[in-house]
Design a protein around this ligand. Sequence first.
Ligand code: BGC
Length: 760
Amino acid sequence: MKTKLFFTFASLLASVSALAQPQLGKDSVDDVIAAMTLEEKVEMLHGSRMRMAEPKFPGAAGFTTAIPRLGIPSVHMADGPHRLVISPSRAFDSNVYNTTEIPSELTIASSFDTDAAFKAGELIGQEVSDYGLDVLLAPGVNLIRNTLGGRNGEYYSEDPVHAGLMASAFVNGIQSRNVGVALKHYAVNNQETNRNANDAIVSQRALRELYLRNFEIAVKRGDPWSVMTSYNKVNGEYVCESRFFCEDVLRSEWGYKGLVMSDWNAGRDAVKSIAAGNDLLMPGQDKQREAILEAARNGTLPMEYIDLSVKRVLEFVLKSNSFKNFDYPNETDLKAHSKIAREIAANSLVLLKNDNDALPMTDVRNVALYGTTSYDIIPAGMGFGATGHGYYCVSLVEGLRKAGYDVEKSLIGPYQAHIAAENKKNYPNGMPPFSITAPTRADEFVPTAETLAANAAANDMAIITLGRANGEGADRRKEHFYLSEKESELIKVVSGAYHDAGKKVVVLLNIVSAIETASWKDSVDGILCVFQPGCETGNAVADVLSGKVNPSGRLPQTFQVNYGDAACDNDFPCDYVFDMSAFTRAYALSAKDAAESARRQVEPELTKNVDYTTYTEDIYVGYRYFSTFGKKVSYPFGFGLSYTGFDYELVSSSMDERNCSVTVKVTNVGSKAGRDVLQVYVRAPKGRLEKPSRELKAFAKTKTLAPGESQELTLGWETSLNASYNEKKAEWELAKGVYSFLVCKDAESAPLLEVSRKLR
Ligand code: BGC
């Protein structure tokens, strides 16, 4: 009896004290923080992936720590940008959790259509919400500095305005579904070689005008729930440990109020990261927790810093579905999403060449496919951020067949056998189920002259697909920019055989980022750059080849003639082979240090482009260099053809202290319906600082215009976007004088329209 009474009293006390404890959402965040022990506060500052045996969402990248007594749940985060990355199956139920592989960021960027980026975000945000997660670790908005960058496919553009506007539309799309993003990888994350330690040495001017501007636009226009700091150092300091990046620029200058989290296992010094304003260390390590606790106890890490970061984590938790106990359906409308993915992909393909109306394939019925990639299409990149392949991918053969074409059957078997033999040679124990870097692809296969002659007689056209895969943790090498001997041979012999038979040859570029095109483009009739179009690749490509969709994509990066032509090419690890074995997913800080010291034994000196990379090209990245210094390119930034033609009329333009704008009337003067893209570049007056000859300030895309139809487009930007950063004075400088607004088809060709406005 006595014991029973005691237990009743004890449980009463426990529930009273539980009731007395502040609860997140009911009580103020400050009250909740005040009720936390130091240990609990520190738990909030790192993820707890490694401490849950059975995660709620297998395959998701990480989650924050829950403290049930204070009503704090975990927030669940999964990778993107191309797909919500969760395991399709779970040990604890029999459901299937498939997610849609949308086109890569670089592919969507080619649409030059912010509505398409918004729709892509909306689609993927819906899947995040439908499956009950909280945050997609995307988008990446870093600049494409070098054509060999390993993660170029996960980024948008070589131009910061283009990248920033596309990224903010994607962020707005995702966050419209009440889930969050982690805008990544802040900042200057432009190479994968030695990515955990590389130091990017970059001027303040290039930093401000290029490498931060993309983030600034995305932060200000997208208001992301969180920003993910990058692995690399900038000017000697890890970004996640830098107060300059995390506080001074992001928060004080740009007014960002959200959470800052680290990339997975980034940086070396957990205490320095928290002191810098990098609130959350992901995915979280015991060593980090111990270091922060010790620094808090001995006073080297002030409690205000800890409380401030805990507050930001709790505000992040408050927004989440997990906190709101959202009753998610646990299934998503994959069919509807495939349809949207196909539309976005078709809207993004870039027609680079179309001699004598080789395309669309209106008079074609029988088509022969060459190139191993024609039979092993690359829908997406590899790696955690790039996500590997989704649950299905429409092959090129399937897409063309569904569009009504007969695909040459006699080539399919030999190509498939060749690819299987090559894979066996490269991977005797079977293809890896998942790989962070791109697996070695089958070498090219060149059919015999007899086969080609027979194919050319039996078919109306040839398609050759060239492929380049990518992944995380490694950059491409110079040799991947160029065609292999067999690829060049293939183009030569296929073009020879088909042209002899009076037939046309079209090349598809299924690539992560630009490759060499100048030496062979004259041998073929058409070139369609498809980048990595996602699960609907075959359908989207067939839509454009057949003319069902008129191509309207534009290049988000320059296709240079040779490697070495771009101003940054010598300051990039184009030949260096980095030992990836040191980089496994699960490395701990100590393992990272061990890997580093092992390398030091082989390479005692700091290695250029590996340990540090000097951005000697300064502000001359991409077209800024080629157009200013008159260097020839194969295809310029912004380039893309259509099956119809357009005419332009200047309606109005304006410039005052705050805003600039140009209004243009676009008319479809061709015979097919289609969409057009307008790009406005600015030529600034000669001020005290030198400037590129033109810089993109705005772009816009028409709706589908029927032949004869017109649309007025107004392209506007803030006048401050015309300013340059004076690093001696550490301030922006807006030169007075005449500004020319150049309405252009791309970054190289003469303007379609030009108008000058004076700033007094
Ligand atoms: C990548 C991030 C990714 C994270 C979580 C890292 O290796 O750099 O882009 O979000 O892993 O998987």
